[in-house]
Write a protein that binds this ligand. Structure first.
Ligand code: GLY
Length: 427
């Protein structure tokens, strides 16, 4: 099944179960100051969970564009993405655990046809109700694992809002893909398991201080990762091997004159560029512009990271607009805003990439000056203050300071840099 087919199949399945299908919302949350970007399928529905607004139907299903800046450093592995599509079914005071679990199991085993013996379930510590429902649908006891708050309690999205215990479906690629440690189980980061669907049993409203009060009604919020599910369905252990990513990786390989699939370091760099380029195009399409704070900073950071990783592949001329074109071509039929705002997206990328090129030149000159001074002064070390000034005032990335310094036999006081960064965060 392709990504398009999975998306369609999911929405049709829940339509058959009485859900109204609603279009996904913008990546910029509407009227929600607690969140920078839409990070889950439930975000547009927060007022319905909290009883502040009435949903168009007590059962909804959607495919939502999501962005999680928190995962930016993990991008390039087999499962993490900043931008991804989340499929979800939602109940507002209507059905609860019994139906949510029963339908999730029916969809994965019957519609997707995933082998039952390769599916594992996780539940919240004391959620015996969920345990018994999973047992009733036919999951063996030994494949239902209990985890605590960190893994099996979801939300709130943002600093406050609806949240609750959750239950996840994990796909097991098989022992041969694992680390082999006796403790290897769903949740292990070795790549053997992929969490494909999270079912949240919304029961509480959490305030800014972390206090939870029960919601007047119980709700369902689920999130199935489209790219992860597509990987499983296409027999791939990495989200980057699915058809949604191949045109992007092809475009990068062609521009950089590399062959994907032969060198781990090169491949991982190409994956990061592909992933970030997709996010960049979608963020701009929804109206985010590069800036020094908030969403604008997330976009700027993503674009600069992509440009820097491009340099590692020898791409030192502007190249990001080309990958955006590949993204628009691949995804425009599902997200028409990409096509409607094509020339705007490309223009913003070109301007920001050119601007970053200038930043890099200024930063390189300053760094040369600093190193020249240090040769006569305190030889061999670039202070944390200097590295931070380059980063904060001139937008020069610290990883580049580190890389250039090391090539010239200098060290960088990273502890000092982090301390300056912390002071800045507090400011
Ligand atoms: N709201 C459920 C999830 O994001 O996993």
């Amino acid at each position: 099944m392709t990504g398009d087919e999975i998306r369609e199949s999911f929405l049709r399945f829940f339509e058959e179960k009485g859900h109204k299908i609603v279009p996904g919302s913008s990546l910029i949350p509407h009227g929600d100051p607690t969140l920078l970007l839409t990070s889950a399928g439930m975000v547009p529905f927060k007022p319905y969970f909290l009883g502040e607004a009435v949903p168009p139907s007590p059962r909804l299903a959607s495919c939502q564009k999501c962005f999680r800046a928190t995962d930016i450093e993990s991008v390039g592995d087999t499962t993490h993405l900043t931008f991804f599509e989340m499929l979800g079914n939602f109940s507002f005071g209507d059905y609860f655990k019994e139906e949510a679990i029963g339908w999730a199991w029916e969809f994965v085993t019957q519609r997707l046809g995933l082998p039952r013996e390769q599916l594992w379930i996780t539940i919240f510590l004391d959620d015996d109700e969920a345990f018994h429902i999973w047992r009733r649908v036919g999951v063996p006891e030994e494949r239902i694992l209990r985890f605590g708050e960190e893994d099996n309690f979801w939300g709130p999205a943002g600093d406050s809002g609806p949240c609750g215990p959750c239950s996840e479906i994990h796909y097991d690629f098989g022992q041969e893909f694992g680390c082999g440690r006796p403790s290897c189980a769903p949740g292990c980061d070795c790549g053997r398991f992929s969490e494909i669907w999270n079912l949240v049993f919304m029961q509480y409203n959490q305030d800014r201080d972390g206090n939870r009060t029960p919601l007047p009604k119980c709700h369902i919020d689920t999130g199935m990762g489209l790219e992860r599910t597509a990987a499983v369905m296409q027999g791939k252990t990495s989200v980057y091997e699915i058809a949604l990513f191949s045109p992007l990786l092809d475009c990068i390989s062609e521009m950089a004159g590399i062959k994907y699939g032969f060198d781990d370091a090169v491949d991982s760099t190409a994956r990061i560029i592909a992933e970030h380029s997709r996010g960049i195009a979608f963020l701009i399409a929804d109206g985010v512009l590069p800036g020094n704070e908030g969403r604008g900073y997330v976009l700027r950071r993503l674009l600069r990271r992509a440009a820097l990783f491009g340099r590692r592949l020898g791409l030192d001329k502007p190249f990001l607009a080309e990958i955006a074109k590949a993204t628009i071509k691949k995804m425009g039929h599902v997200y028409p805003e990409l096509i409607e705002r094509r020339s705007f997206i490309l223009k913003v990328i070109e301007l920001e990439e050119a601007r970053f090129g200038e930043t890099l030149s200024t930063g390189l000159e300053l760094l040369d000056d600093i190193m020249a001074e240090r040769e006569t002064d305190r030889a061999g070390e670039i202070s944390g203050e200097d590295a931070f000034k380059l980063y904060d005032t001139y937008g020069f990335p610290v990883e580049l300071t580190l890389e250039i310094a090391q090539k010239q036999g200098f060290t960088v006081d990273m502890g000092g840099f982090e301390r300056e960064m912390e002071k800045q965060r507090e400011r």
